[in-house]
Design a protein around this ligand. Structure first.
Ligand code: TIU
Length: 228
């Protein structure tokens, strides 16, 4: 198993199907105007710069036939899976379930709830629809990972300190070797991204590792180095 330069120290990177790319919530609801992120008062343009990096990782995993897991934060149309504590949070703008410019905010199946077109999942890829911030909460993710013998998870997506961090912490507690891709994750607050990566990797990798996409891609596809 190759090891890659990572923070706080080298990470053993499987090059087979024990390794999965996890793409958290790259949905229109977070990256485009008129969605949930916008309704919460955020500047959605902060998230858009990572799209080419996540796409490159996705294409690398697809070309090697390695597992890819997409997650979607969504609620049912009747909001029965949305606790009042979540429904009533916010800044007084549109709430979950309200009609927005891309359909009902954060409701499964609405235009705004879809993954952005650049990263649309393929039929053979795992898609986890989750009502919470963490992808293990009230989903089949853990049993799917066990069934597929996946042991190592690379985290990308949005937002770093909310759904990405929550899911990485849940995965770490379940025994997965987790690494967050520094240039493949973003926050509405750039300083939160930096702090989150520091917190996850402090104390000798208390939750896991971080590295740039380049390190991962070069280890998976050695010839990528020559092409780049
Ligand atoms: N608001 C915010 O930063 N994030 C979320 O609500 N969900 C995810 O992080 N996906």
């Amino acid at each position: 198993m190759p090891s890659i330069a990572a923070y706080p120290y080298d990470y053993e990177l499987p090059t087979d199907s024990k390794l999965a790319l996890v793409i958290i919530d790259m949905q229109r609801d977070f990256l485009e105007y008129g969605g949930f992120g916008d309704a919460l008062g955020n500047d959605v343009t902060q998230l858009q710069s990572i799209v080419p990096t996540v796409k490159k990782l996705l294409e690398t995993f697809r070309s090697l036939n390695l597992p890819v897991i997409h997650t979607i934060e969504a609620h049912t149309a009747d909001l029965s899976d949305c606790p009042p504590s979540k429904l009533n949070r916010g800044k007084g703008g549109l709430k979950i379930g309200d009609q927005g410019a891309m359909g009902r905010i954060l409701i499964a199946g609405e235009d705004g709830n879809n993954i952005i077109s650049e990263l649309t999942p393929l039929d053979n890829e795992i898609v986890i629809i989750k009502p919470g911030k963490g992808a293990f909460c009230r989903t089949d993710l853990e049993s799917i990972l066990q069934k597929e013998n996946i042991t190592h998870l690379l985290f990308t997506g949005v937002t770093t300190e909310v759904c990405v961090q929550t899911t990485m912490r849940e995965a770490n507690d379940r025994g997965y070797e987790c690494l967050i891709i520094e240039d493949g994750t973003a926050s509405y607050f750039p300083e939160f991204k930096t702090s989150t990566i520091e917190m996850l990797c402090a104390q000798g990798g208390i939750i896991g590792w971080s590295a740039n996409s380049k390190q991962v891609i070069e280890a998976l596809v050695p010839q990528a180095m020559a092409i780049a």
